[in-house]
Design a protein around this ligand. Structure first.
Ligand SMILES: Cc1cc2nc3c(=O)[nH]c(=O)nc-3n(C[C@H](O)[C@H](O)[C@H](O)COP(=O)(O)O)c2cc1C
Length: 353
């Protein structure tokens, strides 16, 4: 009972802090502006010729985008999820739900994750943290997917956040064994994601070796979860503020994974259509953003979210028109030029070929 209400209180505070406070990285960004496209002056492709559709995890998306994992577990979170799902269905894009931990602790919370009645066909992902999943049977994790009729589940890694969260679970029990077991049981339905600190090549290679097929890099540049936890506790522990800026910038994480055989979702600080185009040019299959979608919904309701998505996709299409890309896959072949610090990082890490 006490755990249920702690989880609910935390989810409500996360929504409130993310809506009202400055929760993003303060001194570091995603390094996506280190990725330059080469302008093509004579247009081969008109805006109206551009096809943003793609296939991902067995579903067609009308644009290469997923609304990022955020919430669930409380009536307020349920309202947010339904609105996100309705707009995702209108745009033909995907939606990732927030942690289903609340559903494990209290079956009544399940309602807040049920969105299939308003979005029957969208790509829908459930969510659970590695600490909880490591303590669950694989069949019970599968039930989390089945109970809400999702297409798969995000297994989130949030080591830095857990260290700074007072009710945090700290280190999960035998995380690699859990990942191997889950990927064997769930196959392509398992997606492993960070929550704002990025994924390195070493970690990605070990994940692939465990059977993981899809990784969401969720790098530095957008929401800082150490910062959110420090704001909740009234400030960073003295002398430890710098961990709010910890991790691998999203563009660097995408470069880290470029030659790893895994399907990649780009997230962490994606804010414009140009950011989305840059992420795909670095090798991502699709992009995702969480905070701006929540804020667009919070300030302008579904209309606000529609406006934000229209601008995102107009930016993506314009970038494609100006680089002569007709299809999303063309973006992955279009020439790009890397600037420092990304270029220097890629050279030192020997990950740019
Ligand atoms: C309000 C809010 C709640 C979040 N809750 C979860 C969660 O339950 N599970 C998860 O995997 N990620 C969660 N995230 C992290 C996001 O999915 C994403 O990885 C991170 O915020 C970076 O993306 P952004 O910069 O676009 O916000 C949450 C993000 C926000 C803004």
């Amino acid at each position: 009972m006490a755990r249920q209400s702690a989880t609910r209180k935390r989810k409500n505070e996360h929504l409130e802090f993310c809506m009202k406070q400055d929760v993003e990285f303060q001194t570091r960004d995603a390094w996506l502006d280190c990725v330059g496209f080469v302008h093509q002056a004579v247009p081969d492709v008109a805006l109206s010729d551009i096809d943003l559709s793609t296939r991902f995890l067995g579903k067609r998306l009308d644009a290469p985008f997923l609304i990022g994992a955020m919430t669930g577990g409380t009536p307020e979170a349920g309202r947010v999820n339904r609105q996100l799902a309705e707009v995702a269905a209108e745009f033909g894009i995907g939606l990732a739900l927030g942690s289903q931990r609340a559903m494990i602790e209290d079956s009544v919370a399940e309602k807040s994750f049920q969105v299939r009645d308003v979005a029957p066909d969208i790509l829908l992902l459930g969510n659970i943290g590695i600490a909880q999943a490591a303590a669950m049977k694989s069949a019970d994790v599968r039930d989390l997917i089945d109970h809400i009729n999702a297409d798969g589940i995000n297994l989130h890694l949030n080591t830095a956040m857990e260290i700074f969260q007072h009710e945090g679970d700290r280190a999960p029990d035998k995380p690699w064994a859990a990942i191997r077991r889950l990927s064997k049981s769930l196959g392509r339905k398992l997606i492993v994601k960070e929550t704002g600190c990025g994924i390195s090549r070493e970690t990605a290679m070990r994940l692939v070796e465990c059977g993981v097929k899809t990784i969401d890099v969720a790098g530095v540049g957008g929401t800082s979860w150490v910062r959110v936890e420090n704001l909740r506790r009234g400030g960073a522990p003295e002398g430890l503020e710098f961990f709010e800026e910890w991790g691998i910038p999203t563009a660097a994480s995408l470069v880290e994974l470029r030659n790893v055989k895994v399907s990649t979702i780009a997230s962490g600080g994606l804010r414009t259509g140009l950011d989305l185009a840059r992420s795909i040019a670095l090798g991502a299959e699709i992009g995702s953003a969480a905070l701006p979608t929540l804020r667009a919904l919070g300030s302008g309701g579904k209309k606000g979210l529609r406006r934000w998505l229209e601008s995102l996709f107009f930016g993506l299409k314009t970038t494609m028109a100006l680089t002569g890309c007709r299809k999303v896959a063309d973006l992955r072949k279009t020439p790009i030029v890397l600037a420092d610090p990304l270029r220097d990082y890629a050279l030192q890490r020997k990950v740019w070929r």
